[in-house]
Design a protein around this ligand. Structure first.
Ligand code: G6P
Length: 607
């Protein structure tokens, strides 16, 4: 899940490529590089670590070329050092790549047997080698790329430059996204619309199997059979506005604090502000003909889906299967035709989720998706798209996208329940009015930020932390643990409270913080019993619940975080806020890189 950029420009392009890479850094940040063509010769600068290191190199050494490619890397094959950083050169060829060349070992062995020397440990270098060898045999760049496409297997988005060819840039896509941007006498290639937004709003997306041959004045698209095709030019809605942290120290905390606003934007898409009624635009489904919903997603989006399962089953009385997308496709589950396949993704590009979508499409299922990036591949390949309106999410640890996904799932469950006759109008009305109280209630929780920070300070010494919850609080326990381990590197586990006695109770001692998500709902008493089991063994309990329950347990627990009294339906959305803030402040006090934690990336476009 690297980010790639290419520009055929009128003036030197290295600086512009660097700026575009900054907008792609969410895809990976363990090394980066830029190559340009100067007087027909390829020159490059590469740096290990974050993009700022590349910026230093660019300040010290000028790359003057007006044609160039750039890359920000999330390492798959080969450690993240300068040698393995892209662009990779071989003879007259320079390549940047996002994805994995699955047959690179056999290709490499074949070429090494022919005497080729490989400089790097990457899979990408084989792409450059194949093209370079074909050109050595007298093939043109186009013929050589075509030959390479016939030989590599796997997932790739590629940008390729050739020495001596100032007006030629070739791109290719199989899996990870790639877009062509149109400028005035300039042409751009990029992993997404955000990268190209300051340069142009006119884009064409490559379809899977496509490759594209670009000059400053023309673009030719070819499909997987190498037939010339046309691809529509669309106007992207991605704004070129500079995305910054405002007055906040990190993007993550900015995004946490944006939640009252973005959740209300998201809900406004599904609850008509004039009559207060629910309407799910573009979702043309016979709810009564459906017997099952199959949800797949990854990471935090998967956890949102888990809350959705509880809601859809209770409110709409419909069976819901849910899988992490990387397992779903290989599970070989039956694919009943009366099922709806639902995919959830902030980026709309996650490789496993997209593969699951295509798997369902192959089985003829109807496909709906909840996505934050409206022009993403998952959105474009779905029959129905249910957008979240979270705005650009930069922090690698997802926060506002999660609560917005929950907002959409809540609306979906209500609509399904109404259509299926499970909910009467009065209950629908109550649930919708509960959703409308979310922005205000979220504000209330955010006001406890300083108190939550104090609690977080006490977590920084812990090696292990347990999160417990029941019902819709169970996924929030999972999300709390995931957030914490992602950004603080403290080992954390989320568990169904009832499962405590089947294993994790063995871990409990005076050193072990246990965060109990137990809002005042129908399952509270049950979770309380599990909490007592922890207390009896000396565990350090942090209770997330309503004021009344916090007061009652003041002597039992080490600390409490209150959530406001509201319809219990919205409790998982409210309880998400304290676990986000706890993770954030713990990580800040531990001095980790909150927005770009080690080894992670925001958009994971490899399987
Ligand atoms: C990565 C991110 C997570 C995200 C997951 C799924 O692991 O770090 O924050 O939840 O991918 O991403 P998606 O874009 O599909 O929601």
């Amino acid at each position: 899940m690297c980010g790639i950029v290419g520009i055929l420009g009128q003036t030197p392009v290295a600086g512009t490529i660097y700026e575009a890479l900054k907008r792609l850094e969410y895809r990976g940040y363990d090394s980066s590089g830029v190559a340009t063509l100067e007087d027909g010769r390829l020159t490059r600068l590469r740096a290990r670590g974050k993009l700022v290191n590349l910026e230093k190199c660019l300040r010290e050494t000028t790359l003057a070329g007006t044609s160039g490619i750039g890359h920000t890397r999330w390492a798959t094959h080969g450690v993240p050092n300068e040698t393995n950083a892209h662009p990779h050169f071989c003879g007259p060829v320079a390549v940047v790549h996002n994805g994995i060349i699955e047959n690179f070992r056999e290709l490499r062995e074949e070429f090494e047997a022919q005497g080729c020397h490989f400089e790097t440990d990457t899979d990408t270098e084989t792409v450059a080698q194949i093209i370079a060898l074909a050109m050595k045999d007298g093939k043109t760049p186009l013929e050589a790329v075509r030959e390479m496409l016939g030989r590599v297997r796997g997932a790739f988005a590629l940008g390729i430059l050739f020495s001596g060819e100032e007006d030629l840039l070739i791109g290719a896509r199989n899996g990870p996204p790639l877009a062509v941007g149109y400028g005035k006498g300039e042409m751009y290639l990029g992993s997404d619309a955000i990268a190209l937004a300051p340069l142009t709003n006119s884009l064409s997306y490559l379809e899977d199997g496509d490759w594209v041959v670009m000059s400053r004045e023309s673009v030719r698209f070819f499909d997987e059979n190498h037939d010339e095709v046309t691809r529509p030019v669309t106007q992207t809605s991605q704004s070129a506005i500079h995305i910054d942290k405002g007055n906040y120290r990190h993007f993550m905390v900015k995004e946490i604090f944006e939640q009252p606003e973005v959740i209300s934007h998201t809900l406004a898409n599904y609850i008509n502000p004039l009559d207060g009624k629910i309407s799910i635009p573009d979702l043309d489904l016979d709810w009564n003909g459906l017997n099952r919903i199959t949800i797949s997603a990854c990471g935090t989006a998967y956890i949102a889906g888990l809350v959705g399962k509880y809601w859809l089953e209770e409110l709409a009385q419909i069976n819901v299967d849910i899988d992490v997308a990387s397992e779903f496709r290989y599970r070989k589950a039956p694919m009943p035709q009366d099922a709806l396949a639902l995919f959830i993704s902030q980026s709309g590009e996650t490789a496993d989720t997209l593969a699951g979508l295509r798997h369902c499409r192959g089985h003829g299922l109807k496909i709906a998706s909840i996505v934050n990036v409206a022009e993403s591949t998952i959105a474009r390949e779905s029959d129905f798209t249910l957008p979240t309106r979270a705005g650009v999410e930069v922090g690698v640890a997802s926060t506002k996208a999660f609560t917005c996904q929950l907002g959409v799932l809540a609306c979906l469950a209500i609509e399904a329940g109404r259509e299926r006759g499970v909910l009467d109008e009065a209950r629908v009305e109550t649930l919708l009015r509960a959703l409308e109280t979310l922005p205000g209630h979220i504000h209330e929780i955010l006001r406890q930020d300083a108190q939550i920070e104090e609690i977080a300070k006490s977590l920084t010494k812990s090696r292990n932390i347990l999160y417990l919850g029941r019902g819709t609080s169970f996924p929030i326990a999972l999300e709390g643990a995931l957030k914490l381990k992602e950004i603080s590197y403290i080992h954390a586990e989320g568990y169904a409270a009832g499962e405590l006695k089947h294993g994790p109770i063995a871990l409990i001692d005076e050193e072990m913080p246990v965060i109990v998500v137990a809002p005042d709902d129908a399952l509270y008493e049950k979770t309380l019993s599990n909490m007592q089991e922890v207390a009896a063994r000396g565990g350090k309990i942090i209770l997330i619940s309503n004021a009344r329950r916090c007061d009652q347990n003041a002597n039992n627990v080490w600390s409490c975080i209150e959530i406001p009294d509201a319809d219990t339906f919205i409790n998982p959305i409210l309880a998400a806020l304290p676990v986000q803030l706890l993770a954030y402040h713990t990580a800040v006090h531990m001095g980790t890189d909150v927005d770009q934690p080690r080894n992670l990336a925001k958009s994971v476009t490899v399987e």
